[in-house]
Design a binder for this molecule. Structure first.
Ligand SMILES: [Zn+2]
Length: 415
């Protein structure tokens, strides 16, 4: 066996093992704390809601265990199991080997197989788990219409991008990865601009915020924070799910504020103001740009590594592929890389949690910390977010700080 095959198998076994272990810990911790609401929340969250959150978390995490196992099996099937080699040979019968059509067909078919493998999990999550806990509002019809739209959007964006990459790889010599990176950065920025203004309308309807008193309250907050936006909109999130949210999208002149209808129906105007102040904090502290800069830096490193690996025959052979080529290198690399970058997960989660604390502090300065606490408590209860995650699981995965820590900080910042 090639040394890199062994490295790959060990890394995959390690990443999968750690994931399963963390899930196991998380379920055990949540279930162990199921029968007592943490003291900080005992006055605001009833025991029944706390127990519902525990059961919901356990159900989602159990499904996650199956997904982890399925993903590992699929990865092995594609690589050492010969799946990629098989697809490549199958397309060779139709398209010229190594041509653009062959490369695009290979990549599209891999994406289709992976998406099909994810489908049973998405169906189970939406129509069994979300439905059992009263969150799902999607019909089977809407689910498949969404899926078709996502596929169309994916094809519209992915196929031209793949074509650009293959072209650069063929034409630009050993420095192709640098050109590919520039293309990727430009592509990401264009999508960042187009998604919130155009594509999102394929999925949801947006209406200007009608409620005049809420609008003037929000406009007051925007003025206080020195923020100009292109409008306040309400999105029909309730069409699919009863989970509530608010967000800012776009940048430059395209900035918009979007509130889910589910959020407006549940929170008091003061609380909505506090939630928006938190979101404004992310914007004002340039969290979006910092995250993007990090992502672009990481993708440059990734593409540089790929630029080096593409000339090594062992990279293909050790992962079960004889058919070398640019498209195969792309597929193989983006499939295998997450196995090796798995341990970076806690760092990105930590970075994200720091931003959440910063945005909370911003909200406490520009709105009322007490209102934000009340809003968060309502959202935790409504979304059945567990108040007692396993600390290690949370440190590894969670983009938001655990409820107890977050509320404790806000209580200190209350004036
Ligand atoms: Zn946030």
């Amino acid at each position: 066996m090639h040394w890199f095959t062994i490295v790959f198998l060990v890394a995959l076994a390690f990443a999968t093992g750690v994931r399963l272990w963390l899930s196991h810990r998380h379920i055990r911790y949540v279930v162990a704390n199921r029968n007592a609401v943490p003291a900080e929340f005992s006055a605001s969250i009833p025991l029944a809601a706390h127990q519902k959150a525990a059961d919901y978390t356990a159900a989602k995490t159990r499904l996650g265990v199956l997904e982890t196992l399925a993903a590992a099996a699929l990865l092995l099937g594609f690589t050492l199991g010969g799946g990629l080699q098989f697809l490549s040979e199958a397309w060779e019968r139709i398209f010229e080997t190594g041509g653009y059509a062959h490369g695009i067909a290979l990549i599209v078919s891999v994406v289709l197989v992976s998406s099909t493998a994810d489908l049973p999990f998405a169906l189970y999550r939406t129509f069994v788990i979300e439905a059992r806990f009263g969150f799902n509002r999607t019909s089977l019809g809407l689910f498949f219409v969404d899926l078709a739209k996502q596929a169309a959007l994916g094809a519209l964006l992915l196929v031209p991008l793949v074509f650009c990459f293959l072209w650069l790889m063929a034409r630009m010599g050993t420095m192709w990865w640098l050109y590919a990176w520039v293309t990727w950065v430009a592509f990401s920025l264009v999508v960042q601009f187009l998604y919130p203004t155009i594509f999102v309308r394929w999925f949801n309807k947006f209406a200007p915020l009608e409620d005049a008193s809420l609008r003037s309250r929000i406009e007051g907050l925007l003025t206080k924070c020195g923020f100009r936006s292109r409008g306040l909109f309400v999105m029909d999130g309730s069409k699919r799910s009863s989970h509530g949210n608010a967000y800012f999208t776009g940048f430059g002149a395209a900035k918009r504020i979007v509130l889910f209808d589910t959020l407006i129906s549940r929170l008091a105007p003061r609380e909505i103001e506090a939630v928006l102040a938190h979101e404004l904090g992310h914007f004002s502290l340039r969290h979006v740009w910092k995250r993007m800069a990090l992502l672009f830096g990481a993708s440059l490193a990734f593409l540089w590594v790929l630029g080096w690996l593409i000339g090594r025959e062992w990279f293909f052979a050790a992962l079960g592929v004889h058919a070398q080529g640019t498209a195969m290198a792309l597929v193989l690399f983006f499939m295998a890389a997450p196995v090796f970058t798995f341990l970076l997960h806690p760092l990105t989660s930590l970075y994200s949690r720091l931003h959440e604390f910063e945005a909370d502090a911003y909200a406490a300065r520009h709105a009322d910390a007490g209102d934000l606490v009340r809003a968060l408590v309502k959202l935790y209860e409504d979304n059945a977010t567990t108040l007692t995650p396993d600390p290690l699981h949370s440190a590894f995965y969670d983009s938001h700080p655990p409820a107890v820590l977050r509320i404790a900080r806000l209580q200190i910042q209350r004036t």
